[in-house]
Design a protein around this ligand. Sequence first.
Ligand code: ATP
Length: 590
Amino acid sequence: MKFTRLIEFLERLEATTKRLEMFDILSEQFAEASPSDVDRIIYLVQGQLGPSFRGIELGISSKLLMRALMSASGLSQKKVSALYTKHGDLGLVAERVMESAGDAPPASLFDMLDERRNFESVTAIHEVLLEIAQCSGPGSQERKIGLLIELLRGVPPLAAKYVARIILGKLRLGVGDPTILEALALSRGDRAHKTDLERAYNLCSDLGLVATTLFKKGLKGVRAMHITVGYPVRMALCERLASADEILAKLGKAAVEYKYDGFRVQIHMTRKSLEMYSRNLERTTDMFPEIGAAVRKHVKASSLIIEGEAMASDENTGQLLPFQTTIQRKRKHGVDEMAQRYPLRFFAFDLLYLDGEDWTERPFIERRRGLEKVIGGNTVIQTSDLIITDRPEEITRMFGNAVDEGFEGLVIKRLDSVYAAGSRNFNWIKLKPSYRHELSDSVDVCIVGYFYGKGARARFGIGGVLGAVYDSKEDVFKTITKIGSGFTEDELKGLKALLDESRIRERHARVQSEIEPDVWVEPRYVIAVTADELTRSPLHTAGRRGNEPGYALRFPRFVGALRTDKKPEDATSVKEIVRLYKMQKNIKSQ
Ligand code: ATP
């Protein structure tokens, strides 16, 4: 596909907030895509260069882009800055700047450019962007700028707008993964194909790969896709119930484990490679060297995928430390120093793949036995604590121990359940102490805007945020609460700085809201919030149907930290909110 044609689609996608229209545009686009560029088209529509677990970063700041724009156009810094002040969007600035640029590159550039390349196709643009991302080592900054100038001059001004936005990670078309999957299904004539596509996506987390397989091998090829080491599997999640009795009534004899309050890690190992992925499928391999080393040393397999929870521990006593400490291990710099200070312990709880075989379809209990066999006892990696029981009093006893020892609660698992990639269902059920009072559980909301605040708060320029939950069916975020409590002054200041980076002029296309915050932001950051209870409210859009009101949090308060381990789509879902509301009603009526 020609890049200018892709830009036409991007323009149309930008202009609409209606999902049906989006499907039409995307289906039309897929009809014109070829097996060799459909993956690149998908990545670019989502403002990326590859699946997010590859962690491809362009490494170009706004400042660097402005420098490139000046060189590419010959315009002065004063002029480019004035345009930026006027538009507040470097995409628009790039378009305007390149409109006023002459045809010939400024003289000083001639020695920088190897040759004038052809930037006609989506493939060519994608490749040069990848090349920019891959520049490293001495002189890489200059090389990046050189390539960028070449690119900006090689495409029409309108395309420069999108190039700039992609480069800065600011392409906001509101096209989420479920929307792409549905559009791909529609492009093959039937929405029902989405089930097959979704299954494949859950196993590899790479929309581009799913689309390429569909284009090259058809639905049969997609159905044959299987789990592969090096492609993170979308993680299975828990449902909630309020008591041991209810859980046993649902599962029968079950496996009961502690709910470790750290972060989830999926480890992929072959003889040659070892990678780790987080809950939101980011590559975290370089952050946890001690886990990697322990896997190499103690795990007996030639290839495998295991999952578990990592928790920081005290370097002297080995005692497990709280989440707030553990989360400090999620960092790119100062890794070794932190690994010394807060060494991680890894509690493995599932086995997905072993020595060339997919284990996800095997019953949980078999996977567990396999896991116990491959993990040799050692201090860094061990299997999670587990009992198997059908007696509520045993669960209650373990629950008491869990709470006393500072765990989050329990996770109770169906013995014969498969590993349900990418789904939250009753195969795994969590039981937490907070279920007995207040709101049954904290809720993870995605911030979609903020308010300036009144009184003392006004001096920080932020008094509270507008939070939304995720509707996976519609692939949109729906508001559920305004939160102003629970933040320290420093947290508020930090939050404002972060949110200002993703500030947008209008409501994001994927946000449904009746409330107008002072500042809209891209749905990007997730925070944990607790509240007294869930209520019904006409003010919020979460769970609203026809004339029925939506759901809202009463007396919401921020708890803990920013959930950097969650993507916006990992925020609590509308479906979970409806279940929580029912659970709350049941508890009240007991
Ligand atoms: P939370 O906000 O409570 O961590 P979540 O949305 O991340 O929840 P849930 O489905 O509620 O995910 O709970 C599953 C999470 O609990 C897993 O992602 C994992 O990180 C953690 N966990 C801790 N111990 C276990 C365990 N023994 N088995 C499965 N998951 C566990």
